[in-house]
Design a protein around this ligand. Sequence first.
Ligand SMILES: NC(=O)c1ccc[n+]([C@@H]2O[C@H](COP(=O)([O-])OP(=O)(O)OC[C@H]3O[C@@H](n4cnc5c(N)ncnc54)[C@H](O)[C@@H]3O)[C@@H](O)[C@H]2O)c1
Ligand SMILES: O=P(O)(O)OC[C@H](O)CO
Length: 390
Amino acid sequence: MAPPVAMESQGTAPPNSFSNQGETGGDGGSQKFRVTVVGSGNWGSVAAKLIASNAFKLTSFYDEVRMWVFEETLPSGEKLTDVINRTNENVKYLPGIKLGRNVIADPDLDNAVRDANMLVFVTPHQFMEGICKRLAGKLKQGVEAISLVKGMEVKMEGPCMISSLISEQLKVNCCVLMGANIANEIAVEKFSEATVGYRVNKEIAEKWVQLFNTSYFMVTPVQDVEGVELCGTLKNVVALAAGFVDGLEMGNNTKAAIMRIGLREMRALSKLLFSSVKDSTFFESCGVADLITTCLGGRNRKVAEAFAKNGGKRSFNELEAEMLQGQKLQGVSTAREVYEVLSYRGWLELFPLFATVHEICIGKLPPTAIVEYSEHKPNFSLVEGSAQFF
Ligand SMILES: NC(=O)c1ccc[n+]([C@@H]2O[C@H](COP(=O)([O-])OP(=O)(O)OC[C@H]3O[C@@H](n4cnc5c(N)ncnc54)[C@H](O)[C@@H]3O)[C@@H](O)[C@H]2O)c1
Ligand SMILES: O=P(O)(O)OC[C@H](O)CO
């Protein structure tokens, strides 16, 4: 069960609006977009910075960008929202980076989304169900959404991608944006690429590209929501495997082998779950590029390395709290969710890497099992016709 979203402490009310809010350039009768970012962690804050720079420049967006903050009290006794609005920095999740003075932090979720017609969801995936329940029936007509959330929920009937959760619960169209995007690197404007996945409406995908694209952040739209989202979700499981290999000091060849096998399982599972998923998506930033960056420099890799170095004796929860200071890993819960899907469908033996990662995370297998799993060869006969996916 996903944890419920806690009620926010209201703290000090955020400014009502960005003071230089203007109709920059006027809207000339065409629709003008007001953007809210739901989430303010490491990536959420960088996303707000990217969006704010474009919203300020482009006439089709209102200057002000609201950013919903899950309120917390800092060691200084101040509310995080107040400090963000005073300093223009998310001192906890993205210290040292100015977000843009048109970013307004808001601890009140309902208030933050009230006037928006473009919603950007970017929280750890385990909080999304609670957030959607809170927002159901409260959005303006015609809102467009995009999910930057890497993860999924598992229901009785099978996996539910976060974009589907948003679409179904909030009755909105939802695109996704995924890619090789370590937030701290984009925050200091090092060049990255990203992929927008859309379902049918290319025009709205182009609008999202306009909102995110900068000289150092190059965004490409592809018509494959599930493919893009599954790449972003499943790579976090492979990142744990890469971290185990690093912790065991197995070297680069082993790590490359794990990444190759991981990519193969990512593609196979995505295509088994959604026959519409395109092979070409795995060659976009959301695919192989995200897999590489996450296995080299991501948080899942880093904490999994520490887990393996400790021989699995310290739990992921403990290591996460100690090493990430409030940031959240997505890989461990995703590995469990993937395992549930594989068990339910009778596919465990087809996906030995995914299955092994989960069994290591829960202590059923030692970290060294990550290089031993290949003894269990995938059994293609389990799922009729599945061999084509590997
Ligand atoms: N950080 C990155 O480099 C990066 C890059 C690309 C994608 N992502 C993805 O973006 C998503 C968001 O990650 P992030 O890095 O912005 O977050 P994060 O891990 O840095 O921060 C955790 C966030 O969760 C919030 N939170 C804690 N408890 C909560 C609750 N009960 N309800 C709601 N929110 C709560 C915290 O306030 C904080 O904003 C994830 O799916 C992640 O995989 C992250
Ligand atoms: O730090 P991680 O492991 O959550 O990965 C961050 C991003 O998803 C990389 O694109």
